[in-house]
Design a protein around this ligand. Structure first.
Ligand code: SF4
Length: 274
């Protein structure tokens, strides 16, 4: 059974019409989601049965994800070079100056020029760069609505929710359980804000990994023999501003960042493999 080595190999199988029938904004976004194990190849109604069967076992694609990210980023970068970046800045509410679009990621300035080159003071992780590109390319810039929904309530979130729990919410909960300063450090280091407690949680913190894609993390402390719990919520306007694959990537990336923070603060017990 052939196994695509990267997202671009999956992309080559598709008809590249960007028809959106699969629920993704582009064929490229769909290819990235299949490769990461978030979507099934069979969800593209334009693929013939033979191709789907030939490339079955797609949930294993993510084993080689590290190899593919650079190619995926290269493709997104090329797409940036083909758009009117000044108009995109206006659309998503970013600053446009000196041929660069700039917006804030977790409080830090993040820019891209008309060739798709990125500029920032922080380390450029693919988990930030991929959503950033997709936000600039396809986000509508819709205003934040101020009402919170879970990942599974987002468009096409339901079928990916169990994976999101496994890769984002569960690792975050483990970190929060062991690393008691986590939420204070989010405020100090990541420009997060503690907000009025939501959904009867003990702690509610809002982060802005992209300006119009706020994420709220709610944590319930253990109590009376009950385990702690943690859920991640998104603004209701998220579907307008970012594709579900990028939302997933942001959540998983944040969980990995919290694990690294906990290691840096000498709390290794918070980390287990994702
Ligand atoms: S349904 Fe298939 S062809 Fe249409 S956008 Fe999705 S992947 Fe592309």
């Amino acid at each position: 059974m052939p196994q695509p080595k990267n997202a671009m190999e999956i992309f080559q199988l598709l008809d590249k019409s960007n028809c959106r029938e699969c629920g993704e904004k582009t064929c490229l976004a769909f290819a990235g989601a299949v490769f990461m194990g978030q979507r099934k190849l069979s969800k593209c109604p334009r693929l013939d049965r033979e191709t789907i069967e030939r490339f079955s076992g797609e949930s294993e694609f993510q084993n080689a994800f590290v190899m593919s990210r650079d190619e995926y980023l290269t493709k997104l970068k090329a797409e940036i070079a083909n758009i009117d970046l000044g108009a995109a800045a206006k659309r998503v509410g970013a600053r446009w100056s000196g041929g660069k679009l700039t917006l804030k990621i977790l409080g830090k300035a993040f820019s891209v020029d008309t060739k798709g080159n990125l500029f920032t003071d922080i380390h450029i992780n693919p988990w930030v760069a991929i959503p950033f590109f997709n936000y600039v390319l396809y986000g509508k810039g819709s205003p934040v609505l101020g009402s919170w929904v879970s990942f599974r309530e987002l468009k096409d979130g339901k079928e990916r929710y169990s994976l999101f729990q496994k890769r984002c919410e569960e690792p975050m909960k483990r970190v929060a359980d062991a690393y008691t300063d986590l939420f204070d450090d989010m405020v100090q280091l990541l420009n997060a804000k503690q907000v009025e407690k939501q959904f009867e949680s003990d702690i509610s913190v809002v982060l802005h990994p992209l300006p119009k894609v706020p994420i709220m993390i709610c944590y319930w402390c253990p109590e009376d023999g009950l385990e702690s719990s943690l859920n991640v919520f998104f603004d209701e306007a998220t579907d307008e501003n970012l594709d579900i694959g990028s939302v997933f990537t942001l959540g998983v990336g944040l969980a990995q960042m919290f694990q690294k923070l906990s290691l840096r603060h000498g709390v290794p017990g918070a980390v287990s493999s994702l």
